[in-house]
Ligand binder design. Structure first.
Ligand code: GLN
Length: 430
């Protein structure tokens, strides 16, 4: 196994059942998903030695399906980032674009798949963390509808937004992996039964990867192309031409609300994070700060030492946004924007089968670049975050490359529990 691009944090093998649909497959798992007996760090020094006593439901399902887990993959600390550079275990490099980031926060998962060091992988997507690295590494990633996949045993960053999603070289393999992990779980009451929404064959995702886009109606929100890099836009339109040549058609959509998605996302995500990460105090979870007679100082020291810069600044901003006197000004406004985004995207999906955009408005950044300019990094999430705010499913498929050979992804967004629609459309390209 090559390791120079730093895709894995831990390479302990976990064997699955001796038969099942994934018996010949290796599936790497992002390091914020609990694995019984194998350390789960969330890319944080805080959890450097944390070994969960139980498996996440998605891990149980992988094992039951016969998969072998070759290791736990590198990630931005607690999922906070778009480049896999905020990990306490060092950054992951993009294995198909030397000197560039692999995307994030599930950068390790996409990198090990792109490098051939795992057949497939699981990531988590709070605001784009499966789709961004899939796009940057030239592989396929799916962010499922909120409530399709269990989050039991997944370390929460912003629980109203995130879902576990598959990453694979092809749409068909990603669909197969999704089929294994999806479905109700008594341990997670937010999971819905998709058959109630979509009928008895609701979970037949592999069967949906038939590449049939004849008659498919694609809506293109022009706001998501406005600020995009020119080369990315060119590759995007070529992919749309390709879908048209196969029988699809498209129309432009105006979604003013999308201009507010990044702000609404970051206020929401940081607010939820400030609450979710309170448990890492060195007593309940995390490295101890060493008790010396004063608990406040003990907690403070554990958090000062255990968390990295990005995590600390997000906890501070989230705490501020939720504090008395500011709650209405920030958090409530973000929730209003979220409701608006949800309504308007769903309306647009009444007039289109899927919505399409570039997954990322920019090609993979050079390593180091976005640590200097966090705002630029946050803005790179412009096209992915609206999908999480609206709780919808989306897929990123490889659309082509820039002139310099950097991968570009196409994002297709579907209606709630419309995974089959986006899988079908995506499989016409990859
Ligand atoms: N880049 C976004 C963030 O930093 C999304 C991360 C994610 O989906 N986990 O919050």
């Amino acid at each position: 196994m090559s390791t120079e691009y730093n895709g894995y944090i831990t390479t302990e093998r976990i064997e699955g059942a001796t038969d099942g649909p994934l018996v010949d497959a290796t599936v790497a798992v992002k390091d914020n998903i609990s694995t019984e007996g194998v350390r789960t760090t969330c890319g944080s020094a805080m959890l450097e030695d944390y070994v969960p006593p139980y498996d996440a439901t998605v891990v149980e399902r992988l094992k039951a399906a016969g998969a072998t887990i070759p290791g736990k993959t590198n990630m931005d600390e607690f999922g906070m980032g778009t480049t896999t550079e905020t990990s306490a275990f060092g950054p992951t490099e993009n294995p198909v674009a030397e000197g560039h980031v692999p995307g994030g926060s599930s950068g390790g998962s996409a990198a090990v798949v792109a490098a051939g060091d795992a057949d497939m992988a699981l990531g988590t997507d709070t605001g784009g963390s499966v789709r961004a690295p899939a796009a940057f590494c030239g592989v396929v990633g799916i962010k499922p509808t909120y409530g399709l996949v269990s989050r039991y045993g997944v370390v929460a960053y912003a629980n109203s937004l995130e879902q576990v999603g598959p990453i694979a070289p092809t749409v068909e393999e990603a669909a197969q992996l999704l089929e294994v992990i999806a479905g109700p779980d008594p341990s997670d009451a937010t999971v819905r039964d998709a058959t109630e929404e979509r009928g008895a064959d609701a979970y037949d995702y592999t069967g949906a990867a038939d590449g049939d886009v004849d008659g498919l109606d694609i809506g293109i929100p022009m706001e998501l192309l406005d600020g995009a890099d020119e080369q990315v836009t060119e590759v995007f339109w070529d992919a749309i031409d390709d879908l048209e040549a196969q029988g699809a058609s498209y129309h432009e959509v105006d979604l003013e609300c999308l201009r507010y998605a990044v702000e609404a996302y970051y206020v929401t995500a940081m607010s939820e994070a400030s609450s979710n990460l309170a448990r890492f105090d060195g007593v309940r979870y995390g490295q101890s700060g060493g008790y010396d007679g004063n608990w406040n100082e003990t907690f403070a020291r554990a958090r000062e030492e255990g968390f990295g810069e990005e995590v600390k600044s997000r906890i501070l901003l989230g705490t501020y946004a939720l504090s008395a006197g500011y709650h209405d000004k920030y958090y409530k406004k973000a929730q209003d924007a979220r409701a608006w985004i949800k309504r308007d995207i769903n309306d647009a999906l009444d007039d289109a089968d899927v919505l399409a955009s570039p997954t990322m408005p920019v090609p993979p950044m050079e390593m180091g670049e976005s640590l200097e300019d966090p705002l630029k990094m946050y803005l790179a999430d412009a096209n992915t975050t609206p999908v999480n705010l609206a709780n919808l499913p989306a897929i990123s498929v490889p659309a082509g490359e820039t002139g310099d050979g950097l991968p570009v992804g196409l994002q297709l967004v579907g209606p709630a529990f419309g995974e089959k629609e986006i899988i079908r459309a995506g499989s016409a390209l990859a």
